[in-house]
Design a protein around this ligand. Sequence first.
Ligand SMILES: [Zn+2]
Length: 458
Amino acid sequence: MNTLKISIITSYCLLLVSCNTDKTEIARIYSAAQNDSTSYYILRGLCKNYPNRLGGSANSIRAIDYMKSIMEQEKFDTVYLQECTVTHWDRGGEEIGTIKSNKVGSTRLSVCTLGNSVGTPNKGINAEIVEVKSFEELEKLGEKAIKGKIVFFNKPMDATKINSFEAYGEVVGFRFSGASVAANYGAEAVLVRSVTTANDTFPHTGVMRYENTPKQIPAFAISTIHADILSKQLVDDPKLIVHLKSNCKFLADEKSFNVIGEVRGSEFPDEYITVGGHLDSWDNTEGAHDDGGGCVQSIGVWRIFRDIGYIPKRTLRVVMFMDEEMNQRGGRKYAEMAKQKGEKHIFALESDGGCDKPKGFSFDTKENHLNYINSYKNFFEPYGADQFVSHGAGVDIDFLKEDHDIILGELMVDPTHYFDYHHSGYDTFEHINKEFLQQGSASMATIVFLVDKFGVSE
Ligand SMILES: [Zn+2]
């Protein structure tokens, strides 16, 4: 046998041994995760004791303290707070929506204001309704039909879409910009069908913005069941009146924080890998899937490494971002500080798509990195998490993108039910499946392990 042949066989054997070793390590990662309930109980504490953690609120500060003390027990090299300033929008107590119809009588509606919205005048708004299913329809109707009325955007999410994020993307524009557009035609307020796949009585909130608009008018979400009731009553009584009342307003900006746990890399301490979720939630929810679960899964990555005795070569940062829902001040601050300190971030991973069964990852990076990271895909096959796509990554880590050499990633889970929970009172701890939560954490730990161990390019 010639030496070339021997050397080829030797490298093949070494590759096989290394590949099998990695498979064994990954199996240990998944078993460690499946045998551990710590994250699940931390999440319970967060959801039950500190729900409604909107940036700037008292509960968001309590949640920061809670998570910091949790992380201090997790044997990071250091745990610290990174200060950022957040706006403080306050819902201002009870919100009222009532149909007043001469034909049908009075019907109470389940409504809530959208984040960033102005409140109504003290006496509320009483106006007729114009129901539309698109901006085109609104434009066609024009000022004559809309002035002085409440525009009711009543387009359901498309239930036929297997990927609910696609269906969400088609209608979320009404929530985000509906008020700005409707104000151009003289509307008094907007009522937006909750952007959810659920048929429920929870109004699902979310952020809205005033852009290019002559007037800031109040924006409300209405539950899907009540949107259907209102639509039906409008057929019987097109002249019915809806009364809307809210007291939301902006208070003074507040000091807030990202919570960071850091483990120094053993070989390349100046190369950083960031893993995180966002600690803030909307003010009407426990924020279990969105995104308390992503936070505990991220802490879980480090716990799994400790359990299997893996020492990261690169510096690992676990970050609980603040203010994702409103203005992403936490994510912005994190990237700003990384840039200021000249830190080289090679990989950032976020979990913010819910905690259902993990399916794989979505990446956002340069072609050469993508090819390299795709070569890890097969390791995930036994765990059903081997879908690697390039549909963008997490909102908080996206600010690191300015560093063009970074790989951004997001854990991708079965999206079927995510928008049932999303931004509503239904997003509670009880809807978290412990096994899926842990499998998500294991999948995250696995991709971090591979990137940390082998790097991201030749
Ligand atoms: Zn989120």
